[in-house]
Design a protein around this ligand. Sequence first.
Ligand code: NAD
Ligand code: TDX
Length: 350
Amino acid sequence: MRILVTGGAGFIGSALVRRLIEHTDHEVLVFDKLTYAGVLSSLEPVAASNRYSFVQADICDAEAVSKALSSFKPDVVAHLAAESHVDRSIDGPGAFIQTNMVGTFVMLNQTLGYWRGLPEAEKAAFRFHHISTDEVFGSLGEDGFFTETTPYDPRSPYSASKAGSDHLVRAWGHTYGLPVLVTNCSNNYGPYHFPEKLIPLIIIRALNGEPLPVYGDGSNVRDWLFVDDHARALQAVFETGTPGETYNVGGNAERKNITVVTTICGILDRLRPRADGKAYADQITYVTDRPGHDHRYAIDASKIRSDLDWTPSVTFEQGIETTVAWYLENQSWWQDILDARYSTQRLGVA
Ligand code: NAD
Ligand code: TDX
């Protein structure tokens, strides 16, 4: 198969590309603007493969999208490019509307033109796979789970822009017959996670002796999925999923934020004890809550389990241990980002 991956230099996109190059025979074209969140070194492990190529371009640029489609001739478009950070969407929603909604519209429109020109057999086999989030469903109380039929109730500029993009994708499926797939996944974590997100931020700040900021009282709950398991799920969906269907993807690993933070601290205490002999948890600081902070997300992933035989391969405890060890062993990956590419002001890491 030939897979065009938008956002392939990002956290999840690069995990998908590494998987496809290292564990399949598929050919991959990464289409990525390389915004602040695009990190080419995350693709270094596959850069020498002759089944991998890269184009730097914006999904809002119809001409660039059209050119990539007509020259690469994909069987699958895996659409991951997005503005992804909730806090940034609160500070500056414009880029989220532009990339997540307008960009998805451009991807759909250009892909539709390309798809209509394919021979009938290739047309039937083609897939446009839109990668989305569980945040479109809103916020849960202490009980219950999001299913594929949970009504949309997005509450941040980020989740509203992703909800809008999901609707566009389904509309292009219903109205024009484009064979679309949508996946809504819970919080990912793992190697190559950009340092602004909770888990890498806590690891890096802990190592730097900085305060560890926990929003509000730390009782908000997220369901965590190891990123390589998400990549496996995405592959299963675009290879064997039914067009028009939505699949929820989750880790069955709900944790309070404060539990995530203390778990990381405990692993660091063991793997890299503080020089002063104190516990990393001493660095935890409760800070002003995120405006509109969703209380709890939890995914019912029984559909993808029963229809496509996918389940997570690692527990949260295994995945977080692997992740902390990876950040300890790959300091140059994140240090380069802190030094050269990223606003250290927002991250608060000197
Ligand atoms: P990320 O921020 O790490 O990466 C986004 C990538 O998209 C970057 O490489 C960036 O350069 C690229 N990009 C941004 N704007 C672009 C544009 N206009 N044109 C081309 N490329 C552009 O994001 P991520 O965490 O890897 O998330 C990938 C997708 O998965 C997103 O659609 C996100 O909404 C979704 N998702 C993320 C999570 C999560 O926990 N991180 C969970 C569920 C769903
Ligand atoms: O410094 C922090 N302190 C803190 O308590 C940060 C950065 C976050 N948090 C909290 C907010 C959330 O409850 O931790 C939780 C996780 O925060 P983020 O890492 O910012 O992720 P979240 O807002 O849950 O969104 C992520 O998962 C769903 C991704 O960024 C989205 O792209 C994805 O759709």
